[in-house]
Write a protein that binds this ligand. Structure first.
Ligand SMILES: Cc1ncc(COP(=O)(O)O)c(C=O)c1O
Length: 387
């Protein structure tokens, strides 16, 4: 039974709450803890900062706070959310290279001590608004091997990162480390190797200038098991450790900013069929329209395809099906270009479930496009009491 693939806590919540209006995501906080523990065990040599952007729900932050997590934040809003939850500023790392001057000032007042930058102007702002802070210069990566590349917008090459860290020292900041992100849902453990080698080169050059780095931030990117052949987290930790050792980088403080890996598998998305239609204009004419789509949670479906299951999977013939969302917008086609194998008997009112939906779904949902509310979230498991 495919339906049995939904984990026990989430399935029990769904079965006990048939009246809840869809769409919504249920998050099992116990699974968040399991993912955290497995990551920490695999990367026993690193310090982990959960990246809020994957799913910033208070319940998740408090679950991870209880595990001893630090947090990677991208905006003053995330910082203020953490502070309101009793997470001290010194546990936060302002990991966005693009920050308003006033937001740096406020973050610094809250006690945030570490910041990422990749340009001279950002450095000027940091020097003025956060004197003597610990700063990390971000290196560019190619994004190769990642489903969701972060290559175009951020980071500099070896020379520019070197020059920026020299300038940081001159401007009264602490050139604390180098950071990079190899792209999200990165399936190639080797992707980290090249960046570690580059960071080692920069570190050696800085040493000759009398600058001693303290940390290497190797980002997030660790994949969720959307597909059966996804490598285990241990493959990543071992490959990365070998690269760090071979470049003599293990004496640095190694920092991770995982998002997706921690929360994706904890979430199940429940949706409802609104309409089934024969669309004669389409190469695949069988279309099923759901109450969830690109605008209320499935933005990533252009690159990351979630497994879809229904109660009818084991009793109806399956057929190529195009899935689309509920809005009056043609962009609102789920995983455009892809067809899902779904039962031919699906009809309005049937429930449809998407697995591994805990990351980048609720946090990507728009607010009231076509009047549809943002994707809701419920919590189960030990930490669900944080409401
Ligand atoms: C700076 C930074 N850190 C961490 C993350 C989290 O990445 P992931 O969810 O792939 O682990 C992201 C994702 O965009 C990011 O931009």
């Amino acid at each position: 039974m495919k339906y049995q693939q939904i984990n026990d806590n989430n399935r029990s919540f769904i079965e006990k709450n048939p009246e809840l209006t869809t769409p919504f995501v249920v998050i099992d906080t116990d699974e968040v803890v399991c993912n955290w523990q497995r990551l920490k065990q695999a990367f026993s040599y690193a310090q982990c900062f959960y990246s809020l952007k994957a799913n910033p729900a208070n319940e998740i932050l408090l679950t991870l706070k209880a595990q001893g997590s630090y947090f990677d934040v991208a905006s003053i809003y995330e910082i203020e959310q953490c502070i309101a939850l009793g997470i001290p500023g010194k546990y936060l790392h302002y990991g966005n290279t693009i920050k308003k001057y006033s937001d740096i000032q406020t973050a610094f007042k809250y006690g945030v001590q570490s910041f990422i930058f990749d340009s001279q102007m950002e450095l000027d702002k940091l020097a003025k608004a956060a004197p003597n802070a610990k700063v990390y210069a971000r290196m560019a990566t190619t994004g190769q091997g990642a489903a969701w590349s972060l290559s175009e917008k951020f980071g500099g090459d070896i020379d520019s990162v070197f020059n920026l860290l020299i300038a940081a020292k001159k401007q009264g900041l602490q050139p604390w480390g180098i950071s990079f992100h190899v792209g999200s849902q990165q399936l190639l453990a080797e992707a980290w190797k090249k960046s570690i080698a580059e960071a080692a080169q920069i570190r050696a050059r800085l040493q000759t200038e009398g600058i001693k780095l303290h940390a290497l931030n190797i980002g997030g990117g660790f994949p969720a098991a959307y597909q059966n052949n996804t490598p285990d987290i241990e493959v990543f930790s071992q490959t990365i450790k070998a690269a760090l050792l071979s470049h003599g980088m293990m004496d640095l403080q190694i920092i991770l900013e995982p998002g997706r890996y921690i929360v994706a598998s904890a979430g199940i998305l429940q949706s409802e069929v609104i309409l089934v239609r024969h669309n004669e204009k389409s190469i695949h004419p069988h279309w099923v329209y759901l109450d969830v789509g690109v605008y209320n949670g499935l933005t990533e479906s252009c690159a990351i395809i979630l497994q879809v299951i229904t109660h009818k999977d084991d009793c109806s013939p399956m057929m190529d099906t195009v899935l689309a969302g509920p809005t009056c917008d043609s962009v609102d086609i789920i995983a455009k270009g892809h067809t899902f194998q779904l039962p031919n008997s699906l009809t309005y009112g049937d429930r449809v479930f998407m697995l591994n939906a805990g990351a980048y779904t609720t946090s990507y949902s728009t607010v009231n496009f076509n009047g549809f509310p943002p994707l809701k979230q419920y919590f189960v498991g030990q930490y669900a009491k944080y409401k």
